[in-house]
Design a protein around this ligand. Sequence first.
Ligand SMILES: *[C@@H]1O[C@H](CO)[C@@H](O)[C@H](O)[C@H]1NC(C)=O
Ligand SMILES: *[C@@H]1O[C@H](CO)[C@@H](O)[C@H](O)[C@H]1NC(C)=O
Ligand SMILES: *[C@@H]1O[C@H](CO)[C@@H](O)[C@H](O)[C@H]1NC(C)=O
Length: 148
Amino acid sequence: MEMNAVVKGVCVIIFFAVACSIAQDEQSAGDVQMNTFDTACKRQLNYTIRNDLQKPTFEYSLAIRFCRQPFIRIMEKAVNKNRNFMFSATYFPKLGYFIDAINGVRGFYNVNKTWWAFLKAPDTMLPVGVSSYYPADGDHIIFNFTQS
Ligand SMILES: *[C@@H]1O[C@H](CO)[C@@H](O)[C@H](O)[C@H]1NC(C)=O
Ligand SMILES: *[C@@H]1O[C@H](CO)[C@@H](O)[C@H](O)[C@H]1NC(C)=O
Ligand SMILES: *[C@@H]1O[C@H](CO)[C@@H](O)[C@H](O)[C@H]1NC(C)=O
């Protein structure tokens, strides 16, 4: 009887230990954990925003350290470092965020086919959006204001 209780107790402890380690594994892949231990994030990328299309034209670049995160989270970090990188976006169900404007420059696709192209340097269009793209160490990501 007493032995049974001890065995049960041990089982409960083991169960929680296993459950906790699983939960920790899951969390270490998540953004919350990554932001909390930001200094542990060793990856770095170069993020450029460029508008050659309409005045005032600009180009800004920023080196950013990051963890395993979708690019939208890195765009937020960029804004925290430098206000030129401020942006606005619209969330579409399942697809994630679409970038409407960066540094005050807004795409008017319906009016004159202007939009912010999401590229990997020098000129590769990324096949997914900012909510789905997980950058790699050493990436150079460019938002290029485009008319097409
Ligand atoms: C980031 O890219 C810009 C534009 O190509 C370049 O001028 C700059 O040197 C790069 N910065 C780093 C840290 O690689
Ligand atoms: C596109 O249209 C917007 C809205 O009318 C305007 O502000 C912008 O200057 C235009 N851009 C170009 C490149 O024609
Ligand atoms: C960036 O946009 C400008 C203006 O539309 C265009 O001339 C240029 O080819 C684009 N660059 C890349 C790498 O797509």
